[in-house]
Design a protein around this ligand. Structure first.
Ligand code: NAD
Length: 260
């Protein structure tokens, strides 16, 4: 417990009962931050996860259910947190289809959860950060916030939007002790990615191993998945004093994808 540099700060992490959000929450708690974790469900497992994180890291952790597809619930999440020094906009979903066949409800849901939620939580959090004279907004974008792939129109549009929102947030808060940056992961083996593997196996007539190596990691020159721990470590860096002048930018954690 030597490097508890975030002791006394409260972090709100959206979509954090799984995957990257949980990895970021673990890393921030290990650095001493109290947590509000979130998803749209409200199960005993969700609250047990909060208790487990609190016990493991010796910090206060609350689970607050809120559906990030609903603007009022996005704002209510931050208001119920009561304090928000670090806001991590992480909740996200995916759907893959060609544009003419892309279901309208999937487009609306992806734009709402992956993009608009970050606007609403940020709107609620900035006044709290200004009152505290310190704040960190971290948006989990994607390599797809900087590049594109076919059949991912809503996701790529939303993630490019998140990168734009990141820049505007940084400019509006510049000089106030508040920074805003986007982490752009390449492929990280989380449930959102696991779910795509069977479809890709069918589409390409490939084994699981071939889909991972020849389809998913084909654009990731390292040939390796990034890990949730690496994304968590990047978030802790962005909260550190070393990153106080890092704002309005993107940090890629993508094994070289966007260097190609
Ligand atoms: P995941 O499916 O494991 O996690 C998504 C999280 O969002 C879950 O906790 C889920 O409960 C939550 N969520 C979904 N809909 C929600 C809603 N309506 N309200 C509140 N919470 C909701 O996926 P992940 O891979 O951990 O993805 C996390 C973020 O990282 C997403 O924004 C995703 O786009 C981004 N990302 C992931 C990868 C990757 O390879 N896994 C790469 C780049 C970016």
């Amino acid at each position: 417990m030597a490097d508890r540099v975030l002791t006394g700060k409260t972090a709100v992490v959206t979509g954090s009962n799984s995957g990257i959000g949980l990895g970021v929450a673990e890393a921030l708690a290990a650095a001493g931050a109290d947590l509000v974790i979130n998803s749209f469900t409200d199960t005993p497992e969700d609250h047990a996860l909060a208790e487990r994180l609190a016990a493991d890291h010796g910090v206060a952790v609350r689970y607050i259910a809120a559906d990030m597809s609903k603007p009022d619930q996005c704002r209510a999440l931050v208001e119920k947190a009561g304090r928000c020094d670090i806001l991590v906009n992480n909740a996200g979903i995916q759907h893959v289809a060609p544009i003419p066949e892309f279901p309208m409800d999937k487009w609306d849901a992806i734009i709402a959860i992956n993009l608009s939620s970050a606007f609403h939580t940020t709107a609620a959090a900035l006044p709290m950060m200004r009152a505290a004279g310190w704040g960190r907004v971290i948006n989990v974008a994607s390599a797809h916030g900087l590049t594109a792939s076919p059949f991912k129109s809503a996701y790529v549009a939303a993630k490019h939007g998140v990168v734009g929102l990141t820049k505007v947030t940084a400019l509006e808060a510049a000089g106030e002790g508040i920074t805003c940056n986007a982490i752009c992961p390449g492929y990280v083996l989380t449930p959102i990615i696991e779910k795509q593997i069977p479809d890709q196996m069918q589409t390409h007539g490939m084994t699981r191993e071939d889909v991972i190596a020849k389809v998913m990691l084909a654009r990731q020159p390292s040939g390796q998945f990034a890990t949730v721990e690496q994304i968590g470590g990047t978030a802790v860096f962005l909260c550190s004093e070393a990153a106080a002048q890092v704002t309005g930018t993107t940090i890629s954690v993508d094994g070289g994808w966007t260097a190609l």
